[in-house]
Write a protein that binds this ligand. Sequence first.
Ligand code: NAD
Length: 350
Amino acid sequence: MTRVSQSKLETFVSRLLESYGAKPAQARTTAKAMVAADARGHPTHGVSRLPFLINGIRHRNCVPSAEPKVVKNHGAVAVIDGKRGLGHYVAVRAMREAVRRAKRFGVGAVAVRNSNHFGSAAYYAEIAARANCVGLVFCNAEAIVPAFEGKHKVFGTNPVAASFPSAKTKINPQGFLTLDLATSSVTRGLLLESARRGVALSEGFAADKNGVPTRDARKALDGLILPLGGLGKGYKGFALALLVDALSGALAGASTATRVRGSTTTADACTKGDFYIALDVNAFRSITAFKKEIAGLTFDVKKSGSRALYPGEKEWRAERERRARGIPLDAKMIARLRELGAERGIKTGF
Ligand SMILES: NC(=O)c1ccc[n+]([C@@H]2O[C@H](COP(=O)([O-])OP(=O)(O)OC[C@H]3O[C@@H](n4cnc5c(N)ncnc54)[C@H](O)[C@@H]3O)[C@@H](O)[C@H]2O)c1
């Protein structure tokens, strides 16, 4: 593994996107959101997705210069047409819009259609938390998850993230508490990375195209990821995936279930949807009291056992370490990034 500084990686991604027509702010915003996933220890949702994004641009399913547009405006509610823009950029714009409405109405809810893959959901939930709002993010994706006890795929890995403003403490110095999870046992990104690196999956998380459990990521990519909870236990995860599909697909006027296309296979236009909620804490109670209470929750978690972690703890610890030492990239990933750069006459700088 080679360590690459976060800012070098952001600069490379940003310059690459500009070479495909993104305006500087669109390129920078996308690069920051994408590299943040690597920094937090989720390489499956960071720069490893860049080749898919570039493929989407080549197929004109992603238009880097597109600006999202509010197409429905109803008090605290907005619907945004992403205009096939960069998914990370559209997501940042959408959550900012939700926060703006929350500051006026106490709550802001923004649905997005016609956008592209946005990487890790936490990044957008934290935009709200930084503005003293609770942030909620939902997003659907191409189907790969069967119904509980089902044999055919119905839903995507449909992530949910929530971030709560928190008092800064020694055990959580971030100023927010964030949870962020796929509603499937593992993410499609993990399958892609495991297949790329030839690593076996854990037992009970995936099945082949005939519904037979498998640990082979390539077979699973062509088959199924079991709902959160895994083999024999996934009915709650499956229900949560449905919740995400109803909000980010049905309510956004995007696609649902097996009709979602193009979130990973970017040769198809992306028909997934996103849903963002911001709740202004001050509309409910004093922000100081709320932050103290949320900080208290992390203490409660830590008191429950010496090995107990609160949600988001692994991620901020990874981020702190990577800020200091750089982001680890394997030789194959570096070679792929260099290739992408060379096609546009851009040096990676690492
Ligand atoms: N854009 C998309 O279509 C899409 C789809 C699926 C997932 N994702 C993203 O993929 C990323 C990874 O998702 P995931 O489900 O694999 O995450 P994960 O399983 O690594 O973590 C899920 C949550 O559990 C917490 N956690 C992890 N280990 C813990 C422990 N030992 N104790 C307590 N809490 C712990 C994490 O902090 C996190 O909040 C997320 O950022 C998600 O948004 C994106």
